[in-house]
Design a protein around this ligand. Structure first.
Ligand code: GDP
Ligand code: IMO
Ligand code: MG
Length: 419
């Protein structure tokens, strides 16, 4: 049995959490492979609205097993809050296993994130300030602390050593900070992390694949935030792409099955960086309002724009996407026309790819399609959708050369149509 991968094709917040939750009944194991609490994955079902940051989105299905993989970075304080929030709900949580190789976000990683952003001034990345960049820097710099280290008798010593290095860096940045209270909270929260089995998740996954178990790898962020292929430096610090599922869980490339690419019927971005099809007019404001486009982790307003085909084609190629899921089609309802960015103009030339340079200076070239009036949120099957919706889907499938297997018309589990 091969493992399937589900990931975002734009700049994050495509609706990954919702679809993982919808699909979990078809899988035995849901495993997060990268990122950390910079993610905010929203699930809505039975009148409950819930946002997950580190915990996989299969957690509300009794039968499923959830794994936080080695590629994820964990803040024990945020993890504890997440567990407490789940405990408050009247829903049983399914099993959760954590890789011993997942790295820990220290309080000083968060301070370093803030110090680095402050030092960048107007060129800041717009980080979620969860300590993601500094933690992955320590991972690749071979200095990090991992979940498996918590039970080591020298854990406190290792912690102090890394912390002291961070303090030197904070002094270099001339950054003011308060650490004691945060540090105490961090150590206290390790108890919650210890409540869950710490495992060598790659072995568990290999055995599960051999035993014919169905695995879904859940991505965080989106392809255009990938450290290698995203709009660098305005990216996150991990590989958000299919290859990230291989390194972040220990799944061999030839054991990857379906790759499900999620995209919004339009486009959003939160934080700094180029966004060629961004709208600064009343249509952009309308998409933000109807789409309720505020960050699930930071509450920041998301920038909105038209769908961007060159960027989507790039993401499909890099990830080897085999099927697409189109999210938030309902948000386009009521528009007379819908624009689709098919090319960019750069220095008077028409191009159909994202160039290395001058991403800030791309002018989108649009094709105009007919919009629709009907509110899609209340339809009970795609047959009830106006012809223009079907035309939009058919146009995208043709341009992207990939089938759209799911269309989503609202945040709830039920507002999901399979094709
Ligand atoms: P993720 O990070 O990819 O999991 O996405 P987020 O949860 O950050 O953002 C997606 C937002 O859109 C959430 O508030 C979802 O509840 C909401 N959502 C998901 N699918 C749909 C949809 O089809 N229509 C509408 N209107 N909202 C949706
Ligand atoms: P989900 O999984 C949207 C963005 C930040 C910033 C950049 C770097 O919910 O889709 P970082 O905190 O990683 O140093 O921030 O990446 N970003 C996200 N944007 N959705 C996310 O996750 C994001 N995670 C990080 O806004 O621009
Ligand atoms: Mg999100």
């Amino acid at each position: 049995m091969k493992a399937d991968v589900l990931l975002g094709l734009q700049w994050g917040d495509e609706g990954k959490g919702k679809i993982v939750d919808v699909l979990t009944s078809k899988y035995d194991i849901i495993a997060r492979f990268q990122g950390g609490p910079n993610a905010g994955h929203t699930l809505e079902f039975d009148g409950i609205k819930h946002v997950l940051h580190t915990i996989p989105s299969g957690i509300f299905h009794k039968r499923s097993m959830n794994i936080i993989g080695n590629g994820v970075v964990i803040d024990p304080i945020i993890f504890e809050n997440e567990i407490n929030e789940i405990d408050k709900l009247d829903v049983e949580m399914s099993d959760l296993l954590i890789s011993k190789k997942a790295h820990l976000i220290l309080p000083t990683h968060k301070l370093l994130d803030a110090a680095s952003e402050k030092a960048k001034g107007k060129n800041k990345i717009g980080s979620t300030l969860k300590g993601i960049g500094p933690t992955y820097m320590d991972k690749t710099g071979r200095n990090g602390l991992r979940v498996g280290d918590i039970s080591d008798k020298n854990f406190t010593e290792k912690y102090e050593k890394l912390k002291n290095k961070h303090i030197q860096l904070l002094n270099f940045y001339d950054f003011n900070y308060k650490l004691e209270e945060l540090e105490q909270k961090w150590f206290d929260s390790l108890d919650t992390l210890k409540r869950f089995p710490h495992i060598e998740s790659e072995h568990f996954i290999h055995k599960s694949i051999k035993d014919g178990k169905k695995i879904l790898a859940e991505g965080a962020q989106g392809t255009l935030l990938d450290i290698d292929f995203g709009s660098y430096p305005f990216v996150t610090s991990s590989n958000t792409i299919t290859a990230g599922a291989c390194t972040g869980l220990g799944i061999a490339p030839n054991k990857i099955g379906e790759v499900i690419g999620i995209f919004k019927a339009y486009c959003t971005r939160v934080g700094s960086g180029p966004f060629p099809s961004e709208l600064f007019d009343e249509i952009g404001a309308r998409l933000a309002k109807i789409g309720n486009e505020f960050g699930s982790t930071t509450g920041r307003a998301r920038r909105c724009g038209w769908i961007d085909l060159p960027a989507l084609k790039y993401a499909i190629n890099i990830n080897g996407v085999t099927q697409l899921n189109m999210m938030k089609a309902d948000v386009l309802s009521g528009l007379e026309t819908i624009n689709v960015c098919t090319h960019y103009m750069l220095d008077g030339n028409k191009i159909d790819y994202l160039p290395f340079e001058d991403n800030e200076n791309l002018t989108p070239v649009y094709t105009e399609l007919k919009g629709w009036d009907k509110d899609l949120m209340h339809i009970s099957s795609l047959d009830e959708a106006p012809q223009e919706v079907h035309d939009y889907i058919a146009y995208l499938e043709k341009e992207l050369e990939t089938p759209i297997s799911i269309v989503s018309v609202g945040p709830d589990r039920k507002q999901t149509f399979f094709r």
